[in-house]
Each structure stands twice: as structure tokens, then as C-alpha cells.
Ligand binder design. Structure first.
Ligand code: MN
Ligand code: MN
Length: 411
């Protein structure tokens, strides 16, 4: 049986097709059909238009919120497609920070594409950089404060972590470069204000550079006058050759790469599965990730996080989330590919797959350890008479709740 929610989405979809057909027949002036949904059908719950139907369809729970929504919860969604894309010769990038999404104070995110041979130039920053490679292949390099070198190739589903202040680079490999998501542990992070090798040397007197390397000043005639940031270059030499050249016996002991695609799920139910990667499994990371897959109809159960805000990135599929912000306020928003979501610390929420394909999304935390509290687990471990005095579920229902956290419904 279709849920009421699905029915209301269908209705929005049908209305949109009708208006498109009307426009095609030159009936634009008459196309002001009345829009409502199955659950919003009283006389004051209609909209004769005009409106942006594609956006209305993507945001069905804002157009006609569930009746349980109330009050002014600050927006907790920002689509990457709203961000300005900075396009360079070797690729492009765009970001969602606290400037785009004001609630996102703890974490910022960056999408980046590098062509085969395209380089995100040698640089560093104050924040830690967590990444997941979403398409293609890349080579990454880094050198830590002990002078230990790290050169590695990453593929789809691999993660990396560059600690604060550690200089690094990313380069797209064949056949078609790469695309990835970066996550930084400060909402104020700005990808366009990192410490760049070329920018720094362009702002250092040439006689000082000459003295620093004990070479003539003329050596620095050709350094770029402006930063490169992202630029097209040749493909790198074979990995083992570059590793040998970089390390000279000082290879890094703790890997900056984690092959998440090869890791077994932390928890699996018929509703989906989750992989949790925190400092227990990926020792260098100060940023925790949960990679969640929800099957159609799957629900990431009602829960909250007591130790950090949650920053989300939707990789694929369609979902909705309601965040309860206390004081009788709650808001439901819809999410799909490339959307960022955000939940302040301890605010409870759920994520429901509202589409017909899998939802894959990331839960990211500025914390070394993953923590959550599940509604079901909490109630199962509280005296049943006490819970029943609040909620009138009946004690039989309370006894049937699993004592172990489920994470993803259905069981
Ligand atoms: Mn970086
Ligand atoms: Mn959560």
C-alpha cells in the first residue's frame, strides 16, 4: 500500500505534467490549475499558482508540510547546485559553508572535479580535510611535520584525511580524472583562501627565495605571478616511482587513506545498511563519518547525536527529514543528489527514503567517535510503566521494542 506521503508526491507530479501539457498547447493563461495534495485538501489548502513546479515537486514537504510541522525552524538544506562554480583549466569546484547555510557552523563541504592530469595545487589549511572519492581515480600527496611522505592512488569509495596544517595535493588520473567531496571541521572554512604554494612564493621577495635555496635569483623568473589553484598538467609518473622519489626512507606510518568500499557494513537490516568510520577504524581522523544506504521504504530511525552537529551530503536518491527543534517547533525538508543537510547537536530527526531507488547519504560529525541515541533503544531501556504513563502505547508494545539499537528500519 502506498503511504499518504507517496500519494501527495504523485499528485504534485501529475499536476506538473498537466501544466506542461497545457503550456505546449498554448493554454498557458488557463493553466492556473488548483494545486493541493491528498492530505491538504480543505478550502484554504489550495494554490491556484503560478509557481515554480520543478522546485515545488522537489520540495513537496515545504510546499505542503506535514501537519506535525510547526514554527520557525531555520532552514537546514542547501543544494550544491545553488553554489557558484569556480571553473579552471584542470577542473572546477564549489562549496557550501556557513556563508551559504547559516546553521552549518561546525562543518563545511566542497565538491571538486579534476580532469585527467588536472591538479588541485600543493596547499594546506588550518582545518582537517576529510574526503570521499565519488567518481574516477586520483593521486594524493602529503608530507607531515616529521618529514614523512605520503603518495597514494585512490578510487571510488575511498576516503582520505589530511590533518590540519599538513601540505597536500590531489591530481586526477586516467581515463577521466575524478570527482570528490571534501569535508572540513569548521563551517567558516573557505576553499578559496587556503595557503597555496604558488601564491606564497609570488609574495616572497626573490632575493629571499634565492638565499633560502642557495641558488641565483634568476631561478625564480618563471614562477606564476598569480595562484594556479586548479590547473591542467601531465599525468603523473607511475605510483611506485613517485613514492620512491618522495619518501627516500621516510614513509608515513599512519595511512591518510581508508578503503571504505572494502569495509563490511557496521550494521545491516532489510531496510538498508550503514558503515561507520571514526578514529577507532581510521586512526588519523578527527572527523567521523556514517555512510548510510536506505532501500526504498527504508527509514533511518528516530534518533539524535549527543556529541556533535550532523552535516549531511546526499549522494543519490530522494529522502525527507524532519528535525524537531524543541519548543513545539519542527520542520520537514526534502533532499536529493548533491543536497547538504544539517542538524544541530542533540536535535532529534529521522531520514526516510521517499523515492523508488536506494538513498545513499553521508552523516558527518566534528568528533573522533560516533555517538547517537535511538528513541526506540531509549524507551526499551526505561521502565515500561513510566513510559506508558507518558505515551499510552500499552506495555505490550514497549516489550516488543528490540533492546539493541536498530539504526535502520524496517527490521
Ligand atoms: Mn585541501
Ligand atoms: Mn543523525
Amino acid at each position: 500500500m502506498k503511504s499518504i506521503h507517496e500519494v501527495s508526491r504523485r499528485r504534485l507530479l501529475e499536476l506538473s505534467s498537466a501544466s506542461l501539457a497545457a503550456a505546449g498547447l498554448g493554454m498557458v493563461a488557463d493553466a492556473a490549475q488548483t494545486q493541493s495534495t491528498a492530505t491538504h485538501d480543505t478550502p484554504n489548502e489550495t494554490d491556484p499558482g503560478r509557481q515554480n513546479m520543478p522546485l515545488a515537486q522537489e520540495n513537496a514537504d515545504s510546499e505542503w508540510p506535514p501537519k506535525t510541522d510547526n514554527g520557525s525552524v531555520k532552514p537546514f538544506k542547501y543544494p550544491f547546485s545553488f553554489s557558484r562554480k569556480r571553473i579552471e583549466s584542470g577542473g572546477w569546484t564549489r562549496q557550501v559553508t556557513v556563508r551559504e547555510l547559516p546553521v552549518s557552523t561546525e562543518i563545511a563541504g566542497v565538491e571538486m572535479r579534476l580532469t585527467a592530469g588536472g591538479v588541485r595545487e600543493l596547499h594546506w589549511h588550518v582545518e582537517a580535510e576529510w574526503a570521499i572519492l565519488l567518481n574516477g581515480n586520483a593521486r594524493i600527496t602529503a608530507v607531515n611535520a616529521q618529514g614523512q611522505a605520503f603518495v597514494s592512488d585512490v578510487g571510488e569509495g575511498d576516503l582520505w584525511l589530511f590533518p590540519p596544517g599538513v601540505p597536500h595535493s590531489i591530481q586526477g588520473l586516467g581515463p577521466d580524472g575524478c570527482r570528490f567531496l571534501l569535508v572540513f571541521d569548521d563551517g567558516k572554512f573557505d576553499e578559496f583562501h587556503t595557503f597555496l604554494l604558488t601564491d606564497w612564493l609570488a609574495h616572497t621577495p626573490k632575493d629571499v627565495l634565492a638565499k633560502n635555496f642557495a641558488v641565483p635569483e634568476s631561478t625564480f623568473e618563471n614562477i606564476p605571478k598569480r595562484e594556479l589553484f586548479i590547473f591542467q598538467s601531465e599525468l603523473p609518473a607511475p605510483l611506485t616511482e613517485e613514492q620512491k622519489q618522495a619518501s627516500e626512507g621516510t614513509e608515513l606510518t599512519n595511512s591518510y587513506v581508508f578503503r571504505a568500499s572494502k569495509m563490511p557494513a557496521t550494521k545491516t537490516t532489510p531496510g538498508g545498511h550503514v558503515k561507520i568510520i571514526d578514529s577507532k577504524t581510521f586512526s588519523v581522523t578527527p572527523i567521523t563519518a556514517a555512510i548510510v544506504t536506505l532501500k526504498p521504504g527504508g527509514l533511518r530511525e528516530l534518533h539524535w547525536h549527543p556529541n556533535a552537529d550532523e552535516w549531511q551530503y546526499y549522494i543519490t536518491g530522494k529522502a525527507r527529514m524532519t528535525v524537531f527543534a524543541a519548543g513545539s517547533t519542527a520542520r520537514t525538508m526534502d533532499f536529493q543528489e548533491g543536497d547538504v543537510g544539517y542538524i544541530p547537536i542533540s536535535q532529534p530527526h529521522y531520514i526516510e527514503n521517499t523515492g523508488e531507488s536506494d538513498v545513499v547519504f553521508l552523516e558527518m560529525f566534528k568528533a573522533r567517535e560516533y555517538q547517537d541515541i535511538s528513541l526506540a533503544e531509549w524507551l526499551a531501556h526505561t521502565p515500561h510503566l513510566l513510559v506508558d504513563a507518558h505515551l499510552k502505547f500499552g506495555q505490550q508494545m514497549l516489550a516488543s521494542i528490540p533492546k539493541q539499537e536498530v539504526v535502520i528500519r524496517p527490521l
